[in-house]
Design a protein around this ligand. Sequence first.
Ligand SMILES: [Zn+2]
Length: 202
Amino acid sequence: MGIDITCPSCGHDDRVQRVPAIRATGTTTVYGTDYRSGVAVGSTGMMPVVGSSMTERTFTTSLSQSLALAPLQRRSGKLVFVGLILSIPALFGILIAVVNFSDPMSTTPLPVFFLANFLLISALATPSLLLFWTASHRSRRNSRIAKGISVSKHIWSTGHYCHRCGYCFWPYPIAPGIPARQAITPDNFRRFVWSSGGYANL
Ligand SMILES: [Zn+2]
Protein backbone atom coordinates (compact mmCIF):
# COMPACT_ATOMS: atom_id res chain seq x y z
CA MET A 1 0.00 0.00 0.00
CA GLY A 2 1.38 3.36 -1.00
CA ILE A 3 1.41 6.47 1.14
CA ASP A 4 -1.44 8.90 0.52
CA ILE A 5 0.26 12.14 -0.47
CA THR A 6 -2.85 14.02 -1.58
CA CYS A 7 -2.90 17.60 -0.33
CA PRO A 8 -5.24 17.95 2.70
CA SER A 9 -6.28 21.37 1.39
CA CYS A 10 -7.25 20.63 -2.25
CA GLY A 11 -7.34 16.83 -2.35
CA HIS A 12 -5.01 16.60 -5.38
CA ASP A 13 -1.55 15.09 -5.51
CA ASP A 14 -0.40 16.17 -9.00
CA ARG A 15 1.46 19.26 -7.79
CA VAL A 16 2.70 17.90 -4.50
CA GLN A 17 6.44 17.77 -4.04
CA ARG A 18 8.66 16.62 -1.19
CA VAL A 19 10.31 19.43 0.75
CA PRO A 20 13.94 18.24 0.16
CA ALA A 21 13.27 18.32 -3.61
CA ILE A 22 12.07 21.95 -3.42
CA ARG A 23 15.10 22.84 -1.34
CA ALA A 24 17.42 21.20 -3.87
CA THR A 25 15.91 22.95 -6.89
CA GLY A 26 15.54 26.31 -5.13
CA THR A 27 19.20 26.77 -4.27
CA THR A 28 21.73 27.84 -6.84
CA THR A 29 25.40 28.26 -6.17
CA VAL A 30 27.21 30.55 -8.58
CA TYR A 31 30.97 30.63 -8.93
CA GLY A 32 32.56 33.64 -10.50
CA THR A 33 35.42 36.08 -10.52
CA ASP A 34 35.30 39.55 -9.05
CA TYR A 35 37.59 42.19 -10.53
CA ARG A 36 38.91 45.08 -8.48
CA SER A 37 41.03 48.03 -9.38
CA GLY A 38 42.68 50.65 -7.23
CA VAL A 39 45.86 52.55 -6.53
CA ALA A 40 48.77 51.37 -4.43
CA VAL A 41 51.76 53.27 -3.08
CA GLY A 42 55.05 51.66 -3.98
CA SER A 43 58.72 52.63 -3.92
CA THR A 44 58.31 54.39 -7.28
CA GLY A 45 55.21 56.33 -6.20
CA MET A 46 51.55 55.69 -6.95
CA MET A 47 50.71 52.83 -9.29
CA PRO A 48 47.47 51.31 -10.52
CA VAL A 49 46.62 47.84 -9.24
CA VAL A 50 44.21 45.40 -10.81
CA GLY A 51 43.25 42.24 -8.99
CA SER A 52 40.72 39.47 -9.13
CA SER A 53 39.33 36.99 -6.65
CA MET A 54 37.20 33.89 -6.91
CA THR A 55 33.75 34.26 -5.38
CA GLU A 56 31.03 31.83 -4.43
CA ARG A 57 27.48 33.02 -3.96
CA THR A 58 24.41 31.02 -3.13
CA PHE A 59 21.03 32.23 -4.29
CA THR A 60 17.92 30.86 -2.69
CA THR A 61 14.31 31.31 -3.74
CA SER A 62 12.07 32.60 -0.98
CA LEU A 63 10.06 29.36 -0.91
CA SER A 64 13.15 27.24 -0.54
CA GLN A 65 14.38 29.68 2.10
CA SER A 66 11.26 29.26 4.22
CA LEU A 67 11.62 25.48 3.91
CA ALA A 68 15.23 25.47 5.14
CA LEU A 69 16.21 22.57 7.38
CA ALA A 70 18.20 24.80 9.73
CA PRO A 71 19.52 28.36 10.07
CA LEU A 72 22.78 29.20 8.36
CA GLN A 73 25.86 28.17 10.32
CA ARG A 74 28.48 30.88 10.52
CA ARG A 75 32.12 29.90 10.40
CA SER A 76 34.48 30.88 13.18
CA GLY A 77 37.89 29.86 11.79
CA LYS A 78 38.68 33.27 10.32
CA LEU A 79 37.80 35.01 13.60
CA VAL A 80 40.22 32.77 15.52
CA PHE A 81 42.95 33.50 12.97
CA VAL A 82 42.50 37.29 13.18
CA GLY A 83 42.23 36.99 16.99
CA LEU A 84 45.59 35.23 17.13
CA ILE A 85 47.22 37.97 15.05
CA LEU A 86 45.64 40.69 17.23
CA SER A 87 46.94 38.98 20.37
CA ILE A 88 50.58 39.60 19.34
CA PRO A 89 50.76 43.16 20.85
CA ALA A 90 49.46 41.84 24.21
CA LEU A 91 52.09 39.07 24.17
CA PHE A 92 54.76 41.71 23.55
CA GLY A 93 53.27 43.74 26.42
CA ILE A 94 53.67 40.74 28.76
CA LEU A 95 57.24 40.17 27.54
CA ILE A 96 58.19 43.83 28.12
CA ALA A 97 56.57 43.76 31.59
CA VAL A 98 58.59 40.66 32.53
CA VAL A 99 61.82 42.28 31.29
CA ASN A 100 61.07 45.52 33.20
CA PHE A 101 60.13 43.58 36.33
CA SER A 102 63.52 41.89 36.48
CA ASP A 103 65.32 45.24 36.00
CA PRO A 104 67.28 45.83 39.29
CA MET A 105 67.56 49.60 38.58
CA SER A 106 63.77 50.10 38.50
CA THR A 107 62.47 52.69 40.98
CA THR A 108 58.73 52.30 40.23
CA PRO A 109 56.74 51.17 43.32
CA LEU A 110 55.51 47.57 42.87
CA PRO A 111 51.69 48.26 43.04
CA VAL A 112 52.03 51.05 40.45
CA PHE A 113 54.10 48.79 38.21
CA PHE A 114 51.53 45.97 38.39
CA LEU A 115 48.50 48.26 37.88
CA ALA A 116 50.07 50.07 34.92
CA ASN A 117 51.06 46.82 33.20
CA PHE A 118 47.74 45.17 33.95
CA LEU A 119 45.83 48.08 32.36
CA LEU A 120 48.12 48.20 29.34
CA ILE A 121 48.03 44.45 28.68
CA SER A 122 44.24 44.26 29.16
CA ALA A 123 43.75 47.10 26.68
CA LEU A 124 46.05 45.39 24.17
CA ALA A 125 44.31 42.02 24.62
CA THR A 126 40.70 43.28 24.42
CA PRO A 127 40.23 43.09 20.60
CA SER A 128 41.51 39.51 20.36
CA LEU A 129 39.53 38.41 23.43
CA LEU A 130 36.36 39.83 21.87
CA LEU A 131 37.03 37.89 18.66
CA PHE A 132 37.73 34.67 20.58
CA TRP A 133 34.51 35.16 22.54
CA THR A 134 32.48 35.66 19.32
CA ALA A 135 34.15 32.62 17.74
CA SER A 136 33.32 30.40 20.70
CA HIS A 137 29.74 31.68 20.70
CA ARG A 138 29.46 30.80 17.01
CA SER A 139 30.90 27.33 17.38
CA ARG A 140 28.60 26.60 20.34
CA ARG A 141 25.65 27.70 18.20
CA ASN A 142 26.87 25.59 15.25
CA SER A 143 27.23 22.48 17.37
CA ARG A 144 23.73 22.95 18.82
CA ILE A 145 22.34 23.22 15.27
CA ALA A 146 24.33 20.18 14.10
CA LYS A 147 23.07 18.15 17.06
CA GLY A 148 19.46 19.30 16.43
CA ILE A 149 19.59 18.39 12.73
CA SER A 150 20.04 14.71 13.63
CA VAL A 151 16.51 14.84 15.09
CA SER A 152 14.83 17.36 12.79
CA LYS A 153 16.13 16.03 9.46
CA HIS A 154 13.78 13.03 9.45
CA ILE A 155 10.77 15.27 10.20
CA TRP A 156 11.85 17.84 7.60
CA SER A 157 12.50 15.29 4.84
CA THR A 158 9.07 13.68 5.15
CA GLY A 159 7.31 17.03 4.71
CA HIS A 160 5.39 17.67 1.47
CA TYR A 161 4.42 20.91 -0.27
CA CYS A 162 1.46 21.51 -2.58
CA HIS A 163 2.31 23.99 -5.36
CA ARG A 164 -1.41 24.40 -6.05
CA CYS A 165 -2.27 25.70 -2.55
CA GLY A 166 1.10 26.84 -1.20
CA TYR A 167 0.70 24.71 1.92
CA CYS A 168 2.94 22.15 3.55
CA PHE A 169 1.79 18.98 5.25
CA TRP A 170 2.95 15.69 6.66
CA PRO A 171 1.06 12.82 4.97
CA TYR A 172 1.18 10.59 8.07
CA PRO A 173 2.06 10.95 11.79
CA ILE A 174 5.84 11.30 11.95
CA ALA A 175 6.60 12.39 15.51
CA PRO A 176 4.71 13.53 18.62
CA GLY A 177 3.61 17.14 18.28
CA ILE A 178 3.88 17.14 14.47
CA PRO A 179 0.42 17.47 12.88
CA ALA A 180 -0.44 14.84 10.23
CA ARG A 181 -2.67 15.50 7.20
CA GLN A 182 -3.09 19.15 8.13
CA ALA A 183 -2.31 22.05 5.75
CA ILE A 184 0.19 24.50 7.27
CA THR A 185 2.03 27.49 5.84
CA PRO A 186 5.73 27.10 4.90
CA ASP A 187 6.67 29.42 7.79
CA ASN A 188 4.81 27.23 10.27
CA PHE A 189 6.37 24.15 8.70
CA ARG A 190 9.80 25.61 9.35
CA ARG A 191 8.80 26.50 12.92
CA PHE A 192 7.79 22.87 13.58
CA VAL A 193 11.05 21.55 12.08
CA TRP A 194 13.33 24.04 13.85
CA SER A 195 11.55 23.49 17.19
CA SER A 196 11.96 19.73 16.85
CA GLY A 197 15.70 20.30 16.44
CA GLY A 198 15.77 22.72 19.37
CA TYR A 199 17.28 25.57 17.34
CA ALA A 200 14.16 27.67 16.68
CA ASN A 201 15.28 30.41 19.08
CA LEU A 202 19.04 30.48 18.48
ZN1 LIG B 1 -3.21 21.58 -2.49
